[in-house]
Write a protein that binds this ligand. Structure first.
Ligand SMILES: *Cc1c(COP(=O)(O)O)cnc(C)c1O
Length: 385
């Protein structure tokens, strides 16, 4: 079984060399656009590619506004600031995520509260969210959601669309509405994924994307905030040092950040975005081939939730138990086929060990079993690596 999986991967990428988990591909206008920025000298914080990348991304995702940032973590940090997260607050998130989700909460001086994920979406569970809130929270006279134990405000809820599979957004939107929580989506992994035909990252007050080197498309490093017009204006202001427009004076009206994306990176992003739909078609084809290869075996291939289109950023399997997981990791990596376990739960990390947490049954179960498989695009049918 394991050998047939390894053979399938080698056959797909047509190489006997090392096969990484996710490598970028540059087969379009990348060089031309990046050269443009160098020829024009506009490589830094001013330039036409930043505006174009923002507009193209807004129209691709159907978001009224898109604001480019230096990376996805910075986008998250500013998004949380914009919904009012500050020192002493709580933000509810899932323990099964990449550390950046929690770090952005901590950068605001806030603390995460960990609530369980759904077994089939790998994302924050609306049911677990509602039951944690019922047991541990109340709304005060002004409607602010507070934790009973210390009366601190719970400002926001930050679900993450794991490996590109959309979380149960209808459920999350409804619980957040009932409890007066701002919904911010960490859509770093889910560019191109839709829930009931609407793009992930556009369901809450704000959504964020990442264009790190291992994501579906890359700008080298980069991120994006998806917002409505008013929030988008605020996001642009905060990420560009909160400078007021003036012909020559330097006027900054609040504490801002230098979080804007350089034009050099945006040029790469424009070229990558032109190819996104073709990438997605390939990624979805690979996913269906993985599913066929694994059908009837002991590894359960993770598929998109009902009513969703997933980008299948990282393909994943659920092993029967931890021993089988270890076997899979060992034999694939020994044979030069890169696989990785899902992240350790965030509440195991020293900085988040004291954060409040609900029952984490599904997160613990998945942590012991999920493994990611190679998921890169092939260039023109040849190994993209
Ligand atoms: C990649 C990623 C981010 C953002 O990462 P950056 O490297 O800062 O762009 C945030 N959250 C999740 C879940 C991610 O996978």
């Amino acid at each position: 079984m394991l050998q047939s999986l390894i053979d399938f991967v080698r056959d797909h990428y047509r190489t006997n060399d090392f096969i990484p988990l996710h490598a970028p591909v540059f087969g379009g206008n990348e060089k031309a656009y990046v050269s443009d920025t160098i020829d024009s000298t506009f490589v830094s914080s001013v330039g036409a590619f930043v505006d174009r990348f923002e507009q193209d991304m807004a129209s691709y995702t159907g978001s009224p506004r898109a604001v480019a940032t230096v990376n996805g973590t910075a986008a998250l940090h500013v998004a949380l600031r914009l919904v009012g997260v500050g020192p002493g607050d709580y933000v509810i998130t899932q323990p099964l995520t990449f550390v950046a989700t929690c770090n952005a909460i901590a950068y605001c001086g806030a603390m995460p509260i960990f609530v369980d994920v759904d077994r089939h979406t790998l994302g924050l569970s609306p049911k677990a969210l509602a039951s944690w809130l019922d047991a541990h929270a109340y709304r005060d006279d002004s409607g602010t959601c507070r934790r009973r134990k210390d009366d601190r405000a719970i400002r926001a809820c930050l679900p993450m669309h794991t490996f590109g599979h959309p979380a149960d957004l209808d459920g999350l939107v409804s619980v957040c509405r009932d409890w007066g929580l701002a919904l911010v989506e960490d859509a770093a992994e889910s560019l191109g994924s839709t829930y009931h035909r609407r793009h992930t990252g556009t369901f809450g007050a704000l959504g964020t994307l990442s264009f790190n080197g291992n994501k579906v498309i890359t700008t080298g490093g980069g991120g994006m905030i998806l917002a409505d017009q008013a929030m988008g204006e605020r996001a642009k202001h905060l990420t560009t040092t909160a400078k007021l427009p003036h012909p020559y004076e330097y006027v900054h009206d609040e504490l801002g950040y230098n979080y804007r994306m350089p034009n050099l990176n945006a040029a790469l992003g424009c070229a990558q975005l032109e190819q996104l739909e073709a990438y997605l078609a390939e990624k979805r084809q690979l996913a269906s081939e993985y599913a066929a290869c694994l059908a009837g075996g002991e590894l359960e291939f993770v598929t998109e939730p009902e009513g969703c289109r997933s980008n299948y950023w990282l393909n994943a399997v659920i092993c029967p138990d931890r021993e089988r997981r270890d076997q899979l990791l060992k034999s694939t990596n020994e044979q030069g086929v890169m696989t990785r376990p899902i992240w350790q739960l965030m509440n195991r990390l020293p900085m988040y060990a004291s954060a409040p947490a609900g029952e984490l049954t599904n997160a613990l179960w998945l942590e012991a079993r999920v493994v990611n498989l190679p998921s890169s695009i092939c260039v023109h049918g040849k190994g993209a690596i």
